[in-house]
Ligand binder design. Structure first.
Ligand SMILES: Nc1ncnc2c1ncn2[C@@H]1O[C@H](COP(=O)(O)OP(=O)(O)OP(=O)(O)O)[C@@H](O)[C@H]1O
Length: 272
């Protein structure tokens, strides 16, 4: 089984500390971890640090046996919040290029099959020959997700992968991502602002505030009125909503919210 573990992970930009020592128990393959927190809390920075795109102190360890045949070391792939668009390519070419990144340039029938499968899974097949320059924002985001999933990473770091999608597409895509985690044993980290979607799909919720880990655990134990008040400055209830499970019902702002990116966590909730 794939396991991701963080030990005292820190990032600073210049002299400004952004992440203040994030440690976690093992986060396991087959599960979805929702990374939540206010704007500028450090969610993207944490994902970029795990992906090795920014440096810093502490240890990120990704261990275990990949289920992908022939892969000796577990692989990691980061889907950025705002991916660059290769405007000259078609959707099909962009996804194929992502698959061949770092690999030999020979294209096999198996490669083409993988591209076709991921386009089909994300209902993008009809856009295959459309130029990347002629996509809507939501379509671009779906292609960016396809570019990540086609590589079949053991650890998928998805930075707000559904922020540009309509409600039904959000549900469809998040359910698909959870299915990928379950079927392939992928460890999935998703940063997400929609707390109701986090309650719906996550196995574990990791909360950042001011670059600090302030809570980590099952969604129902973490997303509570106390957390919403202290971390987001919002008065809300968390109630059962039929078969949909728990739901956040917002009453209003508490008036206690600090400025985005302000130093220090605004909460006394203890990290586990
Ligand atoms: N390259 C950089 N140089 C300096 N500061 C940076 C850099 N990248 C990010 N930061 C700062 O790090 C902090 C955390 O940013 P980050 O993008 O990780 O937040 P986030 O939680 O993903 O926010 P959002 O929800 O708004 O996307 C912010 O204060 C941001 O200004």
């Amino acid at each position: 089984m794939i396991e991701l573990r963080l030990d005292d992970v820190r990032v600073a930009h210049g002299r400004v500390p952004i992440l203040h020592g994030i440690s976690t128990p093992p986060l396991r393959g087959g599960e979805v971890v929702a990374v939540i927190g206010p704007n500028a809390a450090g969610k993207s920075t944490l994902m970029r640090r795990i992906a090795g795109l920014v440096g810093g102190a502490g240890t990120v360890s990704l261990t275990g046996t990949s289920r992908v045949a022939g892969r000796r070391v577990p692989s990691c792939c980061y889907m950025p919040q705002d991916g660059a668009v290769a405007a000259a390519l078609s959707v099909y070419e962009a996804v194929l290029l992502a698959l061949k990144q770092g690999a030999s340039w020979g294209v096999t029938d198996a490669d083409l099959g993988r591209v076709e499968r991921v386009l089909d899974d994300l209902r993008l097949t009809d856009l295959g020959f459309r130029s990347m320059a002629r996509l809507s924002g939501g379509q671009r985001q779906l292609v960016s997700l396809a570019e990540t999933l086609v590589r079949e990473p053991d650890l998928a770091l998805l930075d707000e992968p559904t922020s540009a999608l309509d409600l039904s597409r959000q549900i469809e895509i998040l359910d698909h991502v959870r299915g990928v985690a379950r079927q392939r044993g992928t460890c999935v980290l998703i940063s997400i602002h929609d707390l109701n979607q986090a309650l719906r799909i996550a196995d574990t919720v990791l909360v950042l505030d001011g670059g600090r880990l302030v809570a980590l655990g099952p969604p129902a134990a973490v997303i509570t009125p106390a957390l919403l008040r202290t971390v987001y400055g919002v008065e809300a209830r968390v109630e059962a909503a039929g078969s949909a499970g728990l739901h956040v019902l917002v009453d209003g702002l508490s008036g206690l919210r600090k400025a985005p990116g302000g130093t220090g966590a605004a909460t006394a909730i203890a990290a586990p």
